[in-house]
Write a protein that binds this ligand. Structure first.
Ligand SMILES: Nc1ncnc2c1ncn2[C@@H]1O[C@H](COP(=O)(O)OP(=O)(O)OP(=O)(O)O)[C@@H](O)[C@H]1O
Ligand SMILES: [Mg+2]
Length: 227
């Protein structure tokens, strides 16, 4: 499977006039956001402001009610095999609540992210072990999420999200429950991804992460209707 070359002239993320409601709750109200290829944007904002909703839309897990979303030049919202591949391979998502599969071990959770790639079984295991090792989880490789700590689960979810070397990494509070040492391991991994040209959009209230970002934005400032 060939990877689209990284084209720095196409924004990694382009959100235009996107709104999303859940019943009577307006989760996103006419939001605009553009993230250039290679940027590391940290998105902040109060609880309930729609940060996770925006990441879910960008990961094509949900659809906006109105507006358009482009990820690396591809418009989301059309059902296609390409869209599914884009979501699973080119875009990595770290969920706020981890969303690891409880009956699989940490290693199997990471391996599962690579099922739709060219990697064979041994390569998937090697890549999973490499990431678990880097995130100080080698000893947890055969443990299952219910027996892991919050910070261990968070790191396993990060390993899963970066397994395919995604061009775009969406990370929802990736360092919230990590001590300084574990957070540093994660930030080093993010730096390495950026060196490889990846774009990162991270939701965070963690000042350690905000310092790393090339741009810190508040979700309230993205809403054109609020202006
Ligand atoms: N699946 C859903 N069904 C109904 N309402 C939802 C759903 N998901 C989110 N909401 C609502 O949409 C709004 C935005 O939620 P969202 O999770 O995006 O906020 P957030 O900025 O990520 O908050 P936090 O900082 O607490 O994680 C909230 O009012 C929330 O209750
Ligand atoms: Mg959230």
């Amino acid at each position: 499977m060939s990877r689209r070359p990284l084209d720095s002239s196409v924004p990694a993320i382009a959100v235009h006039d996107v709104s999303k409601r859940y019943g009577r709750t307006i989760a996103l109200d006419h939001v605009d956001l553009e993230v250039a290829a290679g940027e590391f944007v940290v998105l902040t904002g109060p609880s309930g402001a729609g940060k996770s909703t925006l990441l879910n839309l960008l990961a094509a897990l949900e659809k906006p009610d109105t507006g358009t979303i482009f990820v690396r030049g591809h418009r989301l919202g059309r059902r296609s095999r390409h869209l599914n591949r884009l979501r699973r391979v080119e875009v990595g998502l770290v969920f706020q609540l981890h969303n690891l599969i409880p009956r699989l071990t940490a290693r199997e959770n990471v391996e599962a992210a690579m099922f739709e790639t060219h990697r064979g079984r041994r390569q998937r295991t090697a890549r999973a072990d490499e990431l678990l090792e880097r995130l100080d989880l080698a000893e947890r490789a055969t443990d299952r999420p219910p027996t892991m700590s919050g910070g261990e689960r968070q790191r396993a979810a990060i390993a899963r999200a970066v397994a395919n070397q995604p061009a775009v990494l969406l990370a929802d509070e990736p360092s919230g429950s990590l001590d300084d040492h574990s957070a540093q391991l994660v930030f080093d991994l993010f730096d390495e991804m950026r060196d490889g040209g990846a774009t990162i959009l991270a939701v965070s209230h963690d000042s350690r992460l905000e310092q790393r970002g090339s741009r810190v934005i508040s979700i309230a400032d993205l809403s054109t209707s609020a202006a």
